[in-house]
Design a protein around this ligand. Structure first.
Ligand SMILES: [Mn+2]
Length: 427
């Protein structure tokens, strides 16, 4: 209950306005009446008066005359200028968001055709959930859209995401990409913005719609709708805003998928998370299916990964915080990141690398818990003269080709030593 102290016209008008906003209020003309009101949200006064005591609810002083000083015992001062300014800021932000969506909607309304949506290679939950949201948008405007990707959905978490959501995304070869581009349907890039960068599109491909949150130059485009905004931690955030602003109903499957997309891109809601993400999440969370979220979070490990993990546990060697191990022959190189993620958590280990063999190639995956480590550079320095290696400061990967006849346990030892030597240089 908001209590308004005063008897004039103003008190009555404020009470009417609060009612319009769905807030209950009561007008009193004597402070003593406060005692009889059970739950007070705030006390609104319009005179600079001595209240005599400190209340445990906020006292808001509405100052018609814009006097400069806040009276004693008052928690919030409202005057014409502060109100207009704060209302303006809130409205501008809301308007900007709505404006973005209406631009996209206007563009889509003009289409009467089909669209071809592309994801980057190795699409992750953020990209896939964004595609699901885009499909909803297309449905609204009776546009057919096909979703394509190249590369692989290799990581078990991503595989599980596709299986669980039942999303219809189509793997295509480089030749098929060219055929689709020749069809001349509008191209949509989601979660990436430039052709030929981490995707199999030709450099000459021109998108009509781009929605992405990675810092990047704008692609060449002829009109359409280009939205590249790093204020969002995930493309799923930008897509959630569009669905909300366009008043499109978000199913619990879609809400859970978008939330999971934001979660993965922000490393569990802790890195690069922004106010925009939090706002989108506050709308998505009430719609989510918590059981589905549980499923998405815990991809089952393949039996072959567990076996390789067993081998890697037995073969591990630790010296001065550096763990090296050989997981033997692995069925896919995607086993290695899962194995090294686990091994690097061993007590007193700060950096780990795991090798695994597929035919005549030794694949490797490395992790470091040291904050000032550049593991990508270390992997590059250790292996680039005999293979390919590189990556991020705390996660890196690579591979070297070997000759069948020279492969023995010494070969792994040599690779381990190269790695350890580079890590120690860093220390
Ligand atoms: Mn993303």
């Amino acid at each position: 209950m908001i209590v308004i102290l005063g008897s004039g016209k103003l008190a009555g008008r404020v009470a009417d306005e609060l009612e319009r906003w769905g807030k209950a209020s009561i007008v009193i003309d004597d402070l003593d009446e406060l005692d009889s009101i059970e739950f007070v949200d705030a006390l609104l006064i319009s005179d600079d008066m001595d209240l005599g005591e400190k209340y445990d609810f906020p006292v808001v002083y509405y100052d018609v005359f814009n006097s400069k000083e806040t009276p004693e015992d008052v928690d919030v001062l409202l005057n014409n200028t502060t109100m207009i300014a704060s209302f303006l800021i809130a409205e501008i932000n809301k308007y900007r968001e709505i404006r973005r969506t209406s631009k996209l909607v206007q563009y889509m309304k003009r289409l009467d055709d089909e669209m071809s949506v592309f994801l980057h290679d190795n699409p992750d939950p953020d990209a896939i959930a964004s595609a699901m949201a885009f499909q909803e948008l297309c449905d609204r405007f009776d546009i057919d859209c096909n979703i394509y990707y190249s590369g692989e959905i290799g990581h078990p978490e991503n595989e599980l995401f596709v299986e669980t959501t039942g999303v219809n995304i189509e793997h295509i070869s480089d030749d098929e990409i060219l055929t689709i581009i020749e069809e001349d349907k509008p191209l949509v890039f989601l979660d990436f913005s430039l052709p030929a960068v981490n995707n199999s599109l030709p450099r000459t491909a021109v998108p009509e719609v781009v929605i992405d949150h990675h810092p990047s130059d704008s692609p060449r485009s002829e009109g359409g709708y280009i939205q590249i905004e790093t204020r969002a931690g995930a493309t799923s955030t930008l897509m959630s805003e569009h669905l909300i602003n366009a008043d499109i109903e978000i199913s619990s499957l879609l809400a859970s998928s978008l939330l999971h997309g934001i979660k993965v891109d922000t490393h569990g809601f802790i890195k690069n998370i922004s106010k925009s993400d939090l706002r989108a999440m506050s709308k998505l969370i009430p719609l989510c299916d918590s059981e589905l979220l549980d499923v998405l979070e815990r991809p089952p490990m393949n039996p072959s990964t567990i076996s390789s993990l067993g081998t890697a546990i037995i073969n591990r060697e630790i010296s001065k915080g550096i763990l090296t191990s050989y997981a033997g022959e692995v069925s896919t190189k995607d086993d290695l990141p899962q194995i090294v993620d686990m091994l690097v958590t061993e007590r007193d280990v700060h950096t780990a690398v795991v090798f695994g063999r597929i035919e005549n190639t030794i694949h490797m995956s490395a992790r470091s818990m040291l904050t000032d480590m550049d593991l990508g550079a270390i992997m590059y320095n250790a292996f680039s003269d005999i293979g390919e290696a590189g990556g991020h400061p705390h996660a890196a990967a690579g591979y070297v080709h070997i000759k069948e006849e020279v492969f023995d346990s010494k070969a792994i030892k040599k690779l381990s030593n190269r790695f350890k030597k580079e890590v120690k240089k860093h220390e």
